[in-house]
Ligand binder design. Structure first.
Ligand SMILES: NC(=O)C1=CN([C@@H]2O[C@H](COP(=O)(O)OP(=O)(O)OC[C@H]3O[C@@H](n4cnc5c(N)ncnc54)[C@H](O)[C@@H]3O)[C@@H](O)[C@H]2O)C=CC1
Ligand SMILES: CC(=O)[C@H](N)C(=O)O
Length: 363
């Protein structure tokens, strides 16, 4: 069992999210085109739609956005049925991003002003179903882009470390460099970055994109990526004390705790237009290998054992990805700063999972 002091420290840390700033409405001229004014003031809160909201990241982001803008100003959507705790906690709507007409109806009927586009097929699943990844990540994204442009929305689309490939500089990977990814996921994300930036300079679309590292969360499960091991390992450590890792022990990848990811997204969404020198930014927090992560977990759970059985598809993907992202532009332009490093990540994840399991057993 974890010491009470550690539990409290993690709980305080969890509650200590910086209050986001409110931003005045802004317009700016970009190549002779005025960008849409879609920021908020206190009296004019944005109406936010999150697509693909039932995945690893959407529910957590909705919770933070609702705290900031009000429960009924943030609509979660997906093609799956939500669990009761999500359904009962705020507006949820069915939305298939491949259905253009339905998407447009949702945007119009709900007076949406910000669109957070989370629907995607991730790297490992994408390699097993290229046709699906192409449809969701490219055709679906085109629908999002056109609807956002048609209705003057601010649109946030996450990119990923997977938008880089074996020929990109790896340690660290700068914002601007060779991008020749070798997965359909990566190709579709580079396409999204370029199309979004093109619509921004051509039509003034308020397109915003962050390249996320692998995201680690306790309350939500990852959806079929290459970095999923870094979530699964914690559940195995607490539940069985043994984990079979599908990447080699020395595979170093950039990672981030979900609270940092959500805070980055909120701060970037609210950043005034005129501080954004670029529309696509790297954000970085920590990098580690499965071996580093195992050693850190063993500081708390000394009997924890890991065996390695690399999955060839995931290993090939990981071998082409950055080891760390260079993110000085995000830090300089809009004040990005991560809070969680590897020791804090491990303490927080083990605390949440242990507490969550105890609560689940109690009910
Ligand atoms: N989780 C991570 O480590 C990282 C995530 N990202 C990006 O962040 C975004 C969110 O990621 P996660 O939540 O982890 O993804 P996820 O795979 O957990 O969830 C994606 C969601 O999209 C939904 N979806 C699939 N097809 C759809 C369709 N036709 N219409 C509407 N929804 C559909 C799925 O039902 C699922 O709930 C994605 O764009 C992903 O590429 C980027 C880097 C790292
Ligand atoms: C890093 C990502 O984009 C995602 N977690 C994946 O592994 O596919």
């Amino acid at each position: 069992m974890m010491p009470v002091v550690q539990l409290l420290r993690a709980a305080l840390k969890h509650a200590g999210n910086r209050p986001p700033r409110c931003v005045m409405q802004t317009t700016s001229a970009v190549h002779g085109v005025r960008t849409h004014a879609s920021s908020c003031t206190d009296g004019d809160k944005p109406k936010v739609l999150i697509t693909g909201g039932l995945g690893q990241l959407g529910v957590g982001l909705a919770k933070s956005l609702r705290r900031r803008f009000g429960k009924f100003n943030v609509i979660l959507s997906d093609i799956r049925k939500p669990p009761n705790h999500v359904y009962n906690n705020g507006p949820f709507i069915f939305s298939d991003i491949l259905d253009y007409k339905n998407l447009r109806e949702i945007v119009v009927n709900n007076n949406i002003s910000w669109l957070v586009h989370y629907s995607a097929v991730l790297s490992a699943v994408g390699e097993h179903n290229v046709a699906l990844a192409k449809e969701v990540n490219i055709t679906g994204f085109h629908n999002i882009l056109d609807i956002a442009n048609e209705h003057g929305l601010r649109v946030f689309v996450p990119s990923t470390i997977g938008a880089f490939g074996p020929s990109s500089p790896k340690d660290p990977t700068p914002d601007l460099c060779v991008q020749r990814p070798r997965t359909i996921y990566g190709v579709s994300k580079v396409h999204a970055e370029l199309m979004g930036e093109y619509y921004h300079q051509r039509y003034g679309l308020d397109f915003r994109c962050l390249r996320y590292p692998g995201i680690i969360s306790a309350d939500s499960q990852p959806g079929g990526g290459t970095t999923d091991y870094a979530v699964q390992i914690f559940h195995a450590a607490v539940k069985s004390g043994h984990f079979k890792c599908n990447l080699r022990s020395d595979t170093r990848l950039p990672m981030m705790y979900i609270d940092d990811c959500i805070r980055a997204t909120m701060e970037f969404l609210e950043a005034p237009d005129d501080v954004l020198v670029s529309r696509t930014y790297n954000i970085n927090a920590m990098s580690f290998t499965p071996q580093d992560l195992t050693c850190e977990i063993q500081k708390v759970l000394s009997d924890f054992k890991v065996t390695y059985n690399a999955d060839p598809v995931r290993q090939a993907i990981a071998d082409g990805w950055p080891k760390a992202l260079e993110d000085s532009a995000a830090r300089q332009d809009w004040g990005w700063k991560h809070e969680y490093d590897l020791p804090q990540l491990v303490q927080t994840m083990l605390t949440h999972i242990t507490l969550g399991n105890k609560l689940a057993r109690a009910f």
